[in-house]
Design a protein around this ligand. Structure first.
Ligand code: PLP
Length: 390
């Protein structure tokens, strides 16, 4: 059994940063009190929450910290944005989204569709890119909300949210929601350009623990609450505030501004991707234009080989990856994202998502590049398919 832990699954979740842990620790041990309480301990908790709100606002470029509301996760933020917008405009019965959203948006929209809403599902091309003319054509007077992700969790392909926001604003009264769960902490986000009304992030994707998320709600946007009860989060989201987690998210947002770390990850990913793609019968899923993809993600198909087998062999070497999206693991259907890109079944089944992060080293990447060709070679020899063996 190997001693290695080479974690190349940072799009699934990330390790809690030591700095984040240190920031939240006192709120698990020494500092307590309900932030809604009037006494000194309560006030101290409120101050910690407001500081974290500023840190999140800073990462996203929000003009006012009050535009940030804390939630329990990215899925809640997405659900709130969409359900809250629909409830605030009950006369509008149409929404627009893409075929490649995370389940938090996609499954919700499918459910709304079954419940009588009309949903326009935007297609993507083989590169994973959206047709903005189709978006323009789909906008209607009764469109309540357009929900589009910033970065795809499987391929890392980026959608042009500023341009989409402009099209939505100039041609409709719809709200524009962005699922930025995969993008936040990996690429700069700037809501001050005013193209976005709502934007979701999640702590565990950027080195805070799971259990905390946030929703940016542009000032003036009318959004009904999803969780009803107390007056927390200025009456927008009920539930006693999870102070340690909120503090953790704030600190994680501060850490995420480390441009040098991003550049280092980008260089490692580029070298990794370039080297893997030299192995015969490999193909990149998502555009080859790296400006249009997250800097940490490489989704690569090893044609005619079972992705699950590659994953298991890498696991034996202490290297951890995903086949497609982590949420799709175990299911033997191609992921909706790869299907939407028309990736052939035999390639989709052999797709591996490598997602790098803050703690990966060049040595780890070199080791992975050393063992991978041997694994692929062995599995290719066992494959029932005829093709040029490496
Ligand atoms: N949106 C995207 C793009 C994601 O990748 C994920 C998680 O993988 C989510 C939403 C859901 O976030 P959470 O796990 O915090 O609910």
């Amino acid at each position: 059994m190997t001693e290695r832990n080479i974690y190349l699954d940072n799009n699934a979740t990330t390790r809690v940063a030591p700095e984040v842990f240190e920031a939240m620790r006192p709120y698990l041990t020494d500092f307590y009190g309900n932030p809604s309480s009037a006494h000194t301990l309560g006030q101290r908790m409120r101050a910690a929450i407001e500081r974290a709100r500023e840190q999140v606002a800073e990462l996203l470029g929000a003009g006012a910290a009050s535009e940030i509301a804390f939630t329990s996760c990215g899925s809640e933020s997405d659900n709130w944005a969409i359900r809250g917008a629909l409830e605030a405009s009950p006369e509008k019965r149409h929404l627009i989204t893409t075929r490649v959203e995370h389940e938090a948006v996609r499954v919700l929209c499918e459910r709304l569709e079954r419940g009588g809403y009309e949903v326009t599902w935007l297609d993507i091309d083989e590169q994973g890119l959206l047709d903005l003319d189709a978006l323009h054509a789909a906008l209607r007077p009764d469109t309540a909300i357009v929900s589009v992700m910033l970065a795809n969790n499987e391929t890392g392909v980026l959608f042009p949210i500023d341009e989409i926001g402009r099209i939505v604003r100039e041609n409709s009264d719809a709200l524009f929601h962005v699922d930025a769960v995969q993008a936040a902490g990996k690429i700069p986000i700037d809501v001050s350009r005013r193209s976005v009304d709502l934007l979701a992030i999640s702590g565990h994707k950027l080195h805070a623990p799971a259990g905390i998320g946030a929703l940016y709600v542009r000032q003036g946007v009318e959004l009904s609450p999803l969780i009803i009860g107390g007056k927390q989060e200025s009456g927008r989201r009920a539930g006693t505030s999870a102070v340690p987690y909120i503090v953790a998210l704030g600190r994680a947002c501060e850490l995420a501004q480390d441009a040098e770390a991003h550049e280092r990850i980008r260089r490692l990913r580029d070298h990794f991707e370039d080297t893997i793609l030299k192995i015969p019968n490999t193909r990149l899923n998502g555009t080859a234009d790296r400006e249009l993809r997250l800097p940490n993600t490489a989704n690569i198909s090893f044609e005619h080989i079972e992705g699950e087998s590659i994953l298991a062999h890498l696991d034996e070497h202490g290297i951890y990856v995903s086949t497609g999206s982590a949420c799709n693991s175990g299911a033997h259907v191609s992921s909706p994202t790869l299907r939407a890109m028309n990736v052939p079944y035999t390639a989709a089944q052999g797709s591996i998502r490598f997602s790098l992060g803050r703690y990966n080293t060049a040595e780890e990447i070199d080791y992975t590049l050393e063992v991978l060709p041997g694994i692929i070679n062995r599995l290719a020899e066992m494959s029932p398919y005829e093709f040029n063996r490496p």
